[in-house]
Design a protein around this ligand. Structure first.
Ligand SMILES: [Zn+2]
Length: 256
């Protein structure tokens, strides 16, 4: 429901452009707020999923080491009982060949026990290291999950708080765009698109353009103050709607 206002003075047109800029700056601010949080949330979710996979992998390695220990303990028991059996048989040997063969078997079983002990030590070492790793990973995971929770809530709040405002701002922008003279609107949109901060209409502040901070000579500032014509910044082309006197004035001599 755009109503065409009859704007006669340049001052009115500048005021309108200022208002349009203010609306768009507010919409931009909402986009910036929302634009980064979803990425941060997605990144955190990816990181957490990756870390959980690592936890699972380390846990499997711990389980494997535990299984290895059990397996080696069984082998040790078997070797031990064989040694006991061969020891008994040694008392009843009939010849040297049998005696040697039994002793050789006993040696083999002792080696089996030594090997098992070595493997158990290694597995215990692995388990100890991996448990330390798990502790560290778990701490990081906890903090990431806390972060995610905070950011998710933040995002939900922003969406909840801004949904209505954004809709209203968009409607207001549309309405204003219907009122602004077409050539100014085209310039406004073109300038806005070419700058990352989305500023097309700025004021002079402390002798500088509020968009690019380029120096605005006193004479140009005087012209801007008269609001007889629409001025643009000679450095960046932004529309200059006025001079912000709330900023401390710095003379040319002081700037030099
Ligand atoms: Zn500028």
């Amino acid at each position: 429901m755009a109503r065409k206002k009859e704007l006669t003075t340049v001052a009115d047109k500048l005021e309108q452009l200022e208002e349009l800029q203010a609306i768009h700056s507010k919409i931009d601010a909402i986009h910036i707020l929302k634009g980064e949080l979803p990425i941060e949330v997605a990144d955190l979710e990816d990181e957490i999923a990756g870390t959980q996979k690592r936890v699972a992998k380390v846990q499997v390695e711990i389980d494997d080491a535990q299984a290895e220990i059990e397996h080696r303990k069984t082998l040790m028991k078997e070797a031990q009982s064989l040694i006991t059996k061969y020891d008994k048989q040694l008392h009843n040997v009939k010849n040297n060949r049998e005696f040697d063969a039994l002793n050789k078997e006993i040696e083999l079983q002792k080696l089996e026990i030594q090997l098992a002990e070595k493997k158990i030590r290694e597995a215990n070492f692995t388990i100890e290291n991996h448990k330390k790793q798990l502790d560290e990973i778990q701490k990081r995971l906890d903090s990431k999950e806390k972060d995610l929770d905070i950011k998710k809530k933040e995002l939900q709040n922003i969406i909840k708080d801004t949904e209505k405002e954004e809709k209203e701002l968009n409607e207001k922008a549309k309405e204003m765009e219907g009122e602004v003279e077409e050539r100014f609107l085209l310039a406004f949109n073109r300038i806005r698109k070419s700058y990352k901060n989305g500023l097309a209409v700025v004021k002079v502040s402390r002798n500088a353009c509020g968009g690019c901070f380029g120096f605005i000579p006193p004479q140009t500032q005087s012209e801007i103050r008269t609001k007889k014509k629409i001025s643009t910044c000679e450095h960046c082309g932004r529309i200059i709607s006025g001079v912000d006197d709330s900023a401390v004035f710095i003379s040319e001599e002081e700037m030099a």
